[in-house]
Design a protein around this ligand. Structure first.
Ligand code: 9Z3
Length: 355
């Protein structure tokens, strides 16, 4: 029995280009660059990564509202920069990126991330005196909303007999503290929230943030908790319209997302304190992978976590060693001791850099 040919959405002329093959499969590097170069030549981003990053941004769909985002960032950074005493600013990334399968997107690849880590960490950074740029996936968990029920609008509020709106007694404290915490942070100029949905938006906005935070030197921190897709469909090889199921089984090749951690650390934010996350489901490979990330991208710290236990324990990996960080009890959160430790490490980094 003959099966219909699988549908492929990579244009033949692009497929034939050696550059594009390298783009799709970074392991097929030109002979002058070995994979060890990518690991060891740490002061500059290796040629292959640079090429992939350049291609990614050149072919990405134009970021809507780029001017407005840049304007908000400039205002936020300058406001914090001109405060008396150097203010620390952290960019917290949160939630998962989507990978569109069609330009007029009907379908996409997504991941599990709820944004709880990023939102909770944001609260603890604010509490520790940091200003926060919260780069979050639309629709995921928000700072100060942890104690609210899943559908806050419908579950926290009720209509009274004269048609005004009232908070249910049982949720009154949670609503009050969410509104006041959020209001104080935003109106005080300490919290800037920027949403993204796709991998294209995420990386373009991250680049804008990093560029605008350069002025802060070592007082800047990146806390990269977002679950960023490793694979994507390059825009120019993506189907424009909804992929038709009548064409039979779908055969789609995903390109690797360029290793932006290397570029962030070396080019976009060379003086910032950088913390990345490593997530695995197999605990036997987690620490080795975290160690590799620390060395390969010269991160200042890597937070290693396992999917099933991520709310109870994380392991902080730095060049000084590994520390397990546990939440204190069922009512507390692991982000509380984690942020405390990171703030201490950041203080040491600032002191050493300024010495
Ligand atoms: C994390 O590992 C975060 O801790 C979680 C938080 C996404 C697990 P939730 O949003 O979960 O609270 O539900 N983030 C980074 C995961 C990641 O994609 N890391 C990459 C990797 O592991 C490196 S950038 O390869």
């Amino acid at each position: 029995m003959t099966r219909p040919a699988p549908t492929s959405f990579i244009f033949p002329q692009i497929l034939n280009s050696p550059d594009f093959l390298r783009y799709l499969n970074p392991k097929s590097q030109p002979s002058s660059i070995s994979s060890m170069d990518a690991v060891n030549s740490l002061d500059v981003v290796d040629e292959t990564t640079s090429f992939q990053v350049k291609s990614f941004f050149e072919s990405a769909p134009l970021l809507k509202d780029a001017d407005s985002i840049s304007g908000k960032l400039t205002q936020f950074i300058h406001q914090n920069f001109s405060l008396p005493g150097p203010r620390r600013v952290v960019c917290v990334t949160s939630g998962g990126t989507t990978v569109p399968l069609e330009q007029r997107c009907v379908r996409y690849i997504d991941n599990f991330s709820s944004g709880h880590r990023g939102a909770t960490s944001t609260e603890y950074f604010l509490k520790s005196g940091y200003s926060v740029i919260f780069l979050y996936r639309r629709g995921t968990c928000q700072p100060y909303c942890r104690s609210l029920p899943d559908d806050p609008l419908l579950e926290c509020f009720k209509l009274t007999s004269d048609s005004s709106i009232q908070v249910h007694e049982s949720h009154a404290e949670a609503v009050k503290s969410a509104i006041s915490g959020h209001h104080d942070a935003v109106s005080g100029g300490y919290l800037l929230k920027l949403p993204f949905t796709t991998i294209f938006e995420y990386l373009q906005i991250l680049r804008l943030i990093a560029t605008s935070m350069k002025i802060l030197g070592p007082n800047a921190m990146f806390y990269l908790a977002a679950a960023v897709s490793d694979f994507y469909v390059p825009w120019e090889s993506m189907a424009v319209h909804k992929i038709q199921s009548a064409s039979g089984p779908l055969d789609m090749r995903l390109a690797q997302v360029p290793k932006m951690l290397a570029v962030l650390r070396k080019e976009w934010a060379p003086t910032a304190f950088c913390v990345s996350f490593k997530l695995e489901t197999d605990k036997d490979i987690l620490l080795e992978k975290a160690d590799n990330a620390l060395k390969k991208y010269q991160m200042h710290a890597v937070v290693a976590n396992e999917l099933s236990t991520r709310k109870e324990v994380v392991i902080l990996v730095t060049k000084c060693g590994k520390v397990s960080v546990y939440r204190e009890n069922d009512q507390s959160v692991v982000e509380s001791p984690l942020i405390k430790l990171l703030v201490e490490k950041h203080s040491t980094y600032i002191r050493d850099t300024n010495a």
